[in-house]
Design a protein around this ligand. Structure first.
Ligand code: GDP
Length: 531
């Protein structure tokens, strides 16, 4: 950022780690594909989807993903763009997976917000944007599908400013709309970018212009469109703020590029924008001190755990965002939570075409660490110092259901399966103090279905989810005596979560109000920092 941060080593300074947020169908997959194409990571468009489909046929669970057109699993992709290294972290698109998304966004330094030029800001864009705002993430906006009939440019910009309460500055300005869409005027570099409709994979023709009164413009833009362009750009420059890198870095201003991902149009300009304005790896908040990327010692934190990526092996991959230093394969790191050493001998780098052993990685990169369950979300790895990355929360679930094994003799196995999913972050599992079985908590209904099909597929256990008398859970804290007295008097509401922490299972908001009134020393909270 622009404050007084020290200059980063070139290898770190060239990294751009970001995620794409969008409403389903706005064009995230298409844009990702074009990124990889320009990054030289794939040879032709279609590979991301094809690869996605090959992956998805592996199980019915994945089939479900496909049927519903949602992407449940997040992954990371690394590729070079010019002298930059881009790390694109995929966010799950469905609203039922918002907690997962939130955690993914703790691992990036910026977000690309993709909107559909005809639809503007949609519900999911808005939710994801709010998550970015919690962290003041810098946001770059891409308004897609300009090759189709789209809304008036000022109207789109106004809607973003009003609905999301963020200033917008045009990085490009569209010329014409729908069938008449010609391309854009690049407001940052005074260039005319013309879209080639005949070749979807071709980079746009770029014409250097000496300001808006350059007669060259008239050679390429028909008179009526030119007149409109000049008028609109003049108005935009008068009414809208200029690109202020500081405001962008603080998340109060977003530059917007207009384009058409499917026609490869505007994508390169957006990538140049990420390179130029997307921030380099940022300091990471941690206890007892902040971690700076340029520190020579390696540190990182787990923001996601994915189990059973390969059904043949019960392996799990923990996704680690490197917060500092230069990592080399084979390094011995300290797993801070358990204070145990951990030799990282087969870290994985996620290149677009495949997984590959990571010989080295730098602050800002995402590596995958295969493990047997030692690594959990929120864990910090260092070269020995007892640092704990903060800001990775666990949210109270919004829906609770009882989970029972179809075969009662298999209850123990179910226990194990549920614990694994809890550690992966796919659900919360509560053990009530009174009564048998487990209560599973999720953020969205769809997660129950995903869980049921995964438990059956991965553990061979048919399960039933049934309504629970409880609707939510709160973590309990306070002076020991007070907590004990409270727990003893409310046994039928008490339970423990998968980490063994005490929770209060609630039926109504009224329950919570009552505890607050009757036990003023006891604190009930809806989020817990992952330990
Ligand atoms: P996602 O759900 O956000 O990943 O969206 P996709 O990338 O799968 O795109 C959704 C649909 O919009 C697909 O049918 C794409 O072919 C189409 N699409 C993507 N980009 C463009 C574009 O620039 N113009 C037009 N006309 N269609 C597009």
């Amino acid at each position: 950022m622009l404050d007084n941060r020290p200059t980063l080593p070139p290898e770190i300074a060239r990294r751009r780690t970001f995620a794409i947020i969008s409403h389903p169908d706005a064009g995230k997959t298409t844009l990702t594909e074009k990124f990889l194409l320009y990054g030289g990571a794939i040879q032709m468009a279609g590979q991301v989807r094809a690869k996605g489909e090959a992956r998805r046929t592996r199980s019915d669970f994945m089939q479900m993903e496909k049927d519903r057109g949602i992407s449940v699993s997040a992954s990371a992709m690394s590729f070079d763009y010019g002298k930059y290294r881009f790390n694109l972290v995929d966010t799950p698109g469905h609203s039922d997976f918002s907690e997962d998304t939130y955690r993914t966004l703790t691992a990036v330094d910026a977000a690309i917000m993709v909107i559909d030029g005809a639809k503007g800001v949609e519900s999911q864009t808005r939710k994801l944007f709010e998550v970015c705002r919690l962290r003041d993430l810098p946001i770059l906006t891409f308004c897609n599908k300009m090759d189709r009939e789209s809304r008036d440019t000022f109207e789109i910009i106004d809607e973003i400013q009003e609905m999301l309460a963020i200033d917008v500055t045009p990085a490009s300005w569209p010329i014409g709309t729908g069938r008449d869409f010609l391309g854009c005027y690049d407001m940052l570099h005074n260039r005319l970018e013309l879209m080639d409709r005949a070749d979807r994979n071709k980079v746009a023709e770029s014409i250097k212009i000496n300001g808006l009164d350059d007669p060259k413009l008239a050679q390429h833009v028909p008179a009526d469109l030119l007149e409109k362009l000049l008028e609109e750009v003049e108005m935009a420059r008068e009414l809208l703020p200029p690109l202020d890198p500081q405001a962008l870095a603080e998340g109060t201003l977003t530059p917007i590029w207009f384009g058409s991902a499917i026609n490869s149009f505007g994508v390169k300009e957006l990538m140049d924008g990420i390179a130029e304005y997307g921030p380099e790896p940022q300091p990471q908040s941690a206890e007892p001190r902040q971690i700076s990327p340029e520190e020579t010692k390696v540190s990182g934190f787990v923001f996601k755990v994915q189990a059973n990526m390969d059904p043949k092996h019960r392996d799990r991959v923990a996704f680690l965002r490197l917060a500092s230093g230069h990592f080399q394969r084979g390094m011995k790191l300290t797993h801070v939570r358990t204070r145990k050493p951990m030799a990282v001998s087969s870290p994985v780098l996620f290149l677009a075409s495949d997984r590959e052993l990571a010989e080295e990685a730098w602050a800002g990169d995402i590596i995958g660490i295969p493990n047997h369950g030692q690594l959990r979300i929120g864990d910090t790895l260092t070269e020995g110092e007892a640092l704990k990355v903060t800001g990775i929360p666990s949210f109270a679930p919004e829906l609770l259901q009882n989970c029972r094994a179809g075969d009662p003799l298999k209850a123990k196995h179910l226990d194990k399966a549920l614990m694994q999913f809890a550690e992966e972050g796919a659900a919360k599992v509560f053990k009530p103090q009174i009564g048998a079985g487990f209560i599973v908590g999720v953020v969205g209904q769809l997660q129950f279905e995903v869980l049921a099909s995964r438990i059956e597929l991965e553990y061979g256990l048919p399960v039933r989810f049934e309504p629970s008398q409880f609707t939510s859970a709160r973590w309990v804290s306070g002076p020991r005596d007070a907590v004990e007295k409270f727990a003893n008097a409310n046994k039928q509401h008490m339970g423990t979560d998968n980490d063994g922490d005490l929770v209060y299972l609630t039926r109504l908001q009224w329950d919570i109000d009552r505890v607050e009134r009757d036990y003023p020393e006891v604190k009930l909270t809806a989020t817990k920092e992952m330990m």
